[in-house]
Design a binder for this molecule. Structure first.
Ligand code: ATP
Ligand code: MG
Length: 567
């Protein structure tokens, strides 16, 4: 491609509303533009990257035995009402009404559509197993679109669905998809980690893993063990229970005035205690009902764990007015004996000399021991792990990492097949429910996840497999006939060998061309300068900055070898 003809404008300035580096570079390197909040146009360079990512995904899905389909974007809302997910997705779904007043949605995902399709098409065990996938635009009216393609409202996803006879079959399909994901991310050239995850709104009974690209721009926190391979999303991560401590020496409780203390920090200061001694109560509304969570002051409620424990659909913090109405106490003065249903965190037992809100107004009780001074009933692991907590697998120490979720594999079981009546007849003519799995991979999000890992102060550093072009040819002075001819000759030779080349044939100053080349970040650059007359050019590797002077033949041979276009 001749750069003079390319639909591309690079930007020198950092766009004001882009905070995350990959978002800035997408705009600056001319890969995309914004149409409206969370909605972007991919320009030629950006589209080429996406195309290559999706092609790798396609090849690895096909290799794993999955079959490609294309499902509709427009879906009847009725399907979502049947599965019960209309409510779960709520305002996240773009909803519309057709001319016959029928409620429709723009698909945020496709479990409902594919299960109702399979229900119609599959009847016998002979037709199973099958894995179907598509690569398609998805729509989610995200409450906080951010960081460009990392969280868009319109984005691209590969979604695959497996249909099996039994659990053993599902295990095989899940493994095949898991391994395909590893090959995809290896081929793309990004560092990732597969972590244990919570099933979230998709629901389901079995295992689930998220594929995370490690990056500080990520919204997810991963707890990983420093000694073994345990890694889990913080939503799911569990440490080992803290030891139940000996409190026999603790004196009898005593009430002390604590007016105006609203927070844990206030209490720590006023009472001169550790946050870990304070026993706090956080009041929630769970499916409309009040529920209290009781845990140590230095621990945080994990709302996903609490929600799972309660088996509820919605969980929100109660307002101060609700707290007052339900407990008769203001926020900060609610104790475990508040009269509500209380779920205790299991590590409450590690408190030996605690502080709780007193029955006396504006006061707290000190020297309190759980179980001795108040009853501990319903108990579960409802807190976030902390760095330094013991790994559940090996007892080692947990550490936090930030990650961008680029893929997710779930064992769904029969959640959707039951609802949609997706059944098959087994060898004995018995009717059985199909066992499902689903496997998402955000292809537009991957573009930026890669940039987060692959950039420097000058711009992007594309891995070869997904670079918009393999090589950038930059003649320093296009007015010099020797340089121009050499650049043209290289351009033709490389293209005829299957190498994708961007030729900077613009009449620009060398400094401008080099800045743009670094910003766009093609893996290899050939600088055609004064030595062109002697048949010598310079080959520069974007990632390392390594430069070598080569004859044209050597340059072509080395590039062809590096690009390996036959792959
Ligand atoms: P998140 O927790 O980041 O919102 P999710 O759990 O909602 O993700 P899934 O429903 O499992 O995501 O979707 C599968 C994949 O689609 C994700 O792993 C991610 O790569 C991608 N994805 C999801 N939401 C978005 C979005 N708003 N913008 C871009 N990619 C997305
Ligand atoms: Mg989401």
């Amino acid at each position: 491609m001749r750069q003079s003809r390319l639909f591309l404008t690079t930007l020198r300035e950092v766009p004001a509303d882009a905070e995350v580096i990959s978002h800035q570079l997408m705009l600056r390197a001319g890969l995309m533009r914004q149409l409206t909040s969370g909605v972007y146009e991919l320009l030629p360079l950006g589209w080429r990257v996406l195309y290559k990512i999706e092609q790798i995904v396609r090849e690895e899905m096909d290799r794993a035995g999955a079959q490609e389909v294309l499902l509709p974007t427009i879906q009847p809302l009725e399907l979502w009402e049947r599965s019960g997910r209309s409510e779960d997705y709520g305002p996240l779904m773009f909803r519309l009404t057709d001319r016959h007043e029928r409620a429709m949605v723009l698909g945020p995902t496709h479990e409902e559509v594919i299960t109702s399709l399979v229900q119609q098409e599959i009847h016998s065990y002979r037709q199973l197993p099958v894995i179907l996938y598509q690569i398609q635009t998805k729509f989610r009216d995200e409450p906080r679109p951010r960081a460009g393609l990392l969280r868009g409202r319109e984005f691209r996803m590969k979604d695959a669905y497996s249909f099996d006879l039994d659990e053993a079959g599902l295990d095989r399909s899940y493994r095949a998809m898991f391994e395909a994901y590893c090959r995809i991310f290896d081929r793309i050239g990004v560092r990732y980690r597969a972590v244990d995850a919570d099933p979230g709104a998709i629901g389901g009974e079995g295992g689930t893993h998220e594929f995370m690209v490690l990056s500080d721009a990520g919204e997810d926190t991963i707890a990983g063990c420093t000694s073994c391979d345990y890694a889990a999303n913080i939503e799911k991560a569990a440490g080992q229970a803290l030891p139940r401590a000996d409190a026999t020496a603790t004196p009898a409780p005593q009430t002390v005035p604590t007016p105006g203390t609203r927070t844990i920090e206030d209490l720590v200061r006023v009472l001169n205690v550790d946050a870990g001694q304070i026993i706090k109560v956080v009041v929630y509304v769970a499916d409309g009902q009040p529920v209290a969570a009781c845990l140590r002051g230095d621990h945080e409620v994990n709302e996903v764990k609490l929600k799972n424990h309660l088996g509820v659909r919605t969980l929100e913090l109660a307002t101060p007015e609700q707290v007052l109405q339900w407990t008769g106490k203001p926020v900060g003065f609610v104790g475990p004996q508040c009269g509500l249903r209380v779920v205790f965190d299991r590590d409450i037992w590690s408190v030996t000399d605690g502080v709780v809100a007193s029955d006396t107004p504006d006061a707290h009780d000190i020297h309190v021991v759980p179980g001795r001074d108040f009853p501990v009933g319903e108990t579960a692991d409802i807190r976030n792990v902390r760095e330094g907590d013991a790994c559940p697998k090996c007892g080692g120490s947990l550490r936090f990492y930030r990650g961008i979720e680029v893929g997710h594999v779930f064992k769904l079981g029969t959640k959707y097949s039951k609802v949609f009546g997706a059944v098959y007849q087994d060898e004995n003519g018995q009717e059985r429910t199909i066992i499902m799995g689903c496997y998402g991979l955000g292809t537009t999000r991957v573009i930026q996840a890669v940039i987060e890992q692959c950039h420097d102060a000058d711009g992007i550093i594309w891995p070869m497999a997904i670079a918009p072009y393999h090589v950038h040819i930059v003649p320093v002075n296009t007015a010099d006939p020797a340089q121009q001819q050499t650049a043209e000759a290289l351009y033709e030779q490389l293209r005829s060998r299957g190498v994708e080349v961007l030729l900077d044939d613009r009449d620009e100053r060398p400094g401008v061309k080099f800045k743009d080349a670094d910003l766009i970040g093609l893996p290899l650059r050939i600088t055609v300068g004064r030595k062109a007359g002697d048949g010598v050019v310079e080959l520069k590797e974007r990632a390392t900055g390594q430069v070598s002077e080569l004859t044209l033949e050597q340059a072509v041979a080395q590039i062809v070898e590096r690009v390996n276009p036959s792959r």
